[in-house]
Design a protein around this ligand. Structure first.
Ligand code: TYM
Length: 328
């Protein structure tokens, strides 16, 4: 049995990228493992959030976790801000981090470059808080999309650094990439990842999009003029992205898909990609609608926070003792 931890930020409407890169792996690995899945609302505030929206999205994300297959009896679902050990250990991890290594993080550089002189310090100290999330549970595997590799690497470095100085407290976690690390790209700029914070909503398939919108967005997805379905990320990023999406949805290989569309054009291919996306998302959307207003969701999250707190506190206590952060 392994310990699994992952989190998603309630910073926008979830996308097909979040689902294929992360969410669907959460439920695949829950059986037989001890799993913690967190709504990381304190990471979301590293950039400004509207308080009402943040509150609503926190609940919505919890409902999406369950709607996409997480069983709250098997997995612990909770909200980060309800388990204070996250920011407590986050601070300690910040003190172990070097400014230089934080400044070299690509996600920091991307986000900071858009903010001129007003770069929130929390963007820089985002990785040590993420390390704390993971290390508090003595996690073995972290299911995430491949854009999180660098964050996992710094988590491992911080854990090793701590263990070297203060003794063996933390388990060193590994990344878990399902389906060869599916990375879903923007439908309009297919060299850039699909993101919930993209202002161009036609570039993004949201998990709660209705079938008509999904069809429209896929039909209008950027491709090329060759009209030949085959995988070539350099020359054909748009078509390759759609092949990747279909492959992740149907478990067919790229070669099988290429062969199946050898004598068909982009129109037929896009229609099948849209159908595959719609048929996967429809049952999730139906379950989501039932769950989001249900008071049982609050019970689940309260029990989840209590369980997470009990586990996190054991590690946090060891950390404090190892570092001399105690009085008696
Ligand atoms: P976030 O909220 O940006 O994304 C949540 C998960 O979705 C994956 N993902 C993608 N996968 C494939 N293609 C895409 N286009 C795509 N877009 C997003 C991400 O890799 C991620 O797994 N730093 C994390 C949140 C976090 C966390 C943690 C994760 C905070 N603490 C502890 C794991 C463990 C993030 O920004 O995720």
């Amino acid at each position: 049995m392994s310990i699994i931890f992952s989190g998603i930020q309630p910073s926008g409407n979830l996308t097909l990228g979040n689902y294929l890169g992360a969410l669907r792996n959460f439920s695949k690995i829950q059986a037989g493992n001890e799993c913690y899945y967190c709504v990381v609302n304190q990471h979301a505030i590293t950039v400004p959030q509207d308080p009402k929206m943040l509150h609503e999205r926190t609940r919505q994300l919890a409902a999406i976790y369950i709607a996409s297959g997480l069983d709250p009896e098997q997995s612990t679902l909770f909200v980060q801000s309800e388990v204070p050990e996250h920011v407590q250990l986050g601070w300690i991890m910040t003190t172990l981090s070097y400014v230089g290594e934080l400044e070299r993080m690509t996600q920091y550089k991307d986000k900071a470059s858009k903010r001129g002189d007003s770069i929130p310090a929390g963007l820089l100290t985002y990785p040590p808080l993420m390390a704390a999330d993971i290390l508090l549970y003595q996690t073995n595997y972290v299911p995430v999309g491949d854009d999180q590799k660098q964050h996992l690497e710094i988590t491992r470095n911080l854990a090793q650094r701590f263990n070297r100085v203060y003794g063996d407290v933390f388990t060193i976690p590994d990344i878990y990439l399902g389906h060869d690390g599916t990375r879903v790209m923007s439908l309009q700029e297919p060299t850039k990842k699909m993101s919930k914070s993209d202002d161009n909503t036609t570039a993004t398939i949201y998990l709660l999009d209705n079938p008509k919108d999904i069809e429209k967005k896929i039909k209008r997805a950027q491709t090329d003029s060759e009209n030949s379905v085959h995988y070539d990320v350099e020359q054909k990023p748009g078509i390759s992205n759609l092949i990747e999406i279909l492959s992740a949805m149907t478990d067919q290989t790229h070669d099988e898909i290429t062969a199946a569309y050898a004598d068909k054009g982009y129109g037929a291919f896009k229609k099948d990609v849209a159908d595959a996306v719609i048929s996967t998302l429809e049952p999730i959307q139906q379950r989501y609608q039932q769950l989001v207003g249900d008071p049982e969701l609050d019970d689940i999250l309260e029990k989840g926070a209590a369980k997470a707190h009990a586990k996190a506190n054991v590690t946090y206590d060891k950390v404090c003792h190892a570092m001399g952060l105690y009085r008696k």
